[in-house]
Design a protein. Structure first.
Length: 273
C-alpha cells in the first residue's frame, strides 16, 4: 500500500472514530484510535481523542498514558496536561490533579478549561473563595462559554450570596436562552430571596416542556408552600415523590419551608414523617 493510500485510510478511520465520539460511543472509538496508532504511533490527534474517550469510559490510568505520550511530544500541550489532571482527579489523586492544572495554566495562560477545572477541584476541597478566583479567570479567558459562570453561580448560592448568584444565572440565560439549567437556577435563587411568585413563573415556564422533571416539580412545591397555597403544594409534592420517592422524602423532611406542614396529615403521610 502506498503512502497516499495509507494516509487516506488513516483519515477515513479518524473520521469514523470522531463520528463515534459525537454519537457518545467512546468504547467503539477507542478501537479505531488504536487502529490508527498501530500504524502511526505518534498521531497526536488519535492519542488525544483516545485519551478523552478513555476518560469517558472511566479507564483513567490508560487515559493518563495517552496524555503522557502527548506531553512527551510537546511539553507545553495545555490541553493534554489539563485532561491528565481530570483523569488524576477521578482516580482520587487530588494533589497530582492540582499540579496538572497549574502546569497547564503555566503552559498556556489563555486556556480556560484549566482554570475551570482548578476551580471545581478547589470547590470540592471546600476552598470556595479560591475556587471563585479561578472561575473568574476562566470567565476572563473565555467569556463566551457559560460553564464557568454557571459553576460560579452554584458556589455563590452555597455561600448564601443569592443576589450575586441570581445575577450569574440571569446573565447566562440572557446570552444562552436554551441553557435550561441556568433558567432553573434563576427560579431557585428567586425562591431563596423569597420572591416565590416570580420563582413559580419560572418553574411554570420550565414545566411546559419538562413536566416530569422531579427537581422542577419539587421546587415549585416548595414555593407554593411558601405562598400558603397548600393544596397545590401537596399535589406537586405527591407528584415529585412518585417520580423519586427516596430523594424527595429526604429533602422534604429537612425543608424549612415545609415545617409548617408537619402537623398536616397528608404531608405526614406523603413524606412518612
Amino acid at each position: 500500500m502506498g503512502i497516499f493510500s495509507i494516509k487516506k485510510e488513516l483519515e477515513e478511520t479518524m473520521y469514523h472514530a470522531m463520528s463515534l465520539m459525537e454519537k457518545n460511543q467512546p468504547k467503539a472509538a477507542v478501537a479505531l484510535f488504536n487502529k490508527i496508532l498501530k500504524k502511526d504511533s505518534k498521531n497526536t490527534s488519535a492519542l488525544y481523542n483516545k485519551g478523552l474517550a478513555l476518560n469517558q469510559i472511566k479507564k483513567y490510568s490508560d487515559a493518563v498514558t495517552c496524555f503522557d505520550l502527548l506531553i512527551e511530544i510537546n511539553s507545553k500541550d495545555a490541553s493534554a496536561i489539563n485532561n491528565k489532571g481530570i483523569a488524576m482527579a477521578e482516580m482520587g489523586n487530588i494533589q497530582s490533579a492540582s499540579e496538572c492544572y497549574d502546569m497547564a495554566i503555566k503552559a498556556d495562560p489563555k486556556y480556560a478549561p484549566s482554570y475551570f477545572n482548578k476551580g471545581v477541584l478547589l470547590d470540592k476541597l471546600q476552598d470556595h473563595q479560591e475556587a471563585l478566583n479561578y472561575l473568574d479567570k476562566a470567565i476572563n479567558a473565555d467569556p463566551k462559554k457559560p460553564n464557568a459562570q454557571f459553576y460560579k453561580g452554584i458556589i455563590l448560592g452555597k455561600l448564601k450570596k443569592h443576589e450575586e448568584a441570581l445575577n450569574c444565572f440571569e446573565n447566562i440565560h440572557k446570552k444562552h436562552p436554551d441553557h435550561i439549567d441556568s433558567l432553573f437556577h434563576v427560579g431557585i435563587e428567586l425562591a431563596e430571596l423569597e420572591n416565590h411568585k416570580k420563582a413559580n413563573e419560572i418553574f411554570d415556564q420550565l414545566l411546559t416542556k419538562h413536566k416530569d422533571n422531579v427537581n422542577i416539580v419539587y421546587a415549585k412545591s416548595r414555593s407554593k408552600a411558601a405562598l400558603n397555597e397548600i393544596s397545590e403544594s401537596l399535589e406537586l409534592l405527591k407528584k415529585a415523590i412518585n417520580l423519586n420517592s427516596k430523594m424527595i422524602r429526604a429533602w422534604a423532611k429537612e425543608e424549612k419551608i415545609f415545617e409548617k406542614l408537619h402537623d398536616n396529615d397528608l404531608f405526614r403521610k406523603l413524606v412518612k414523617l
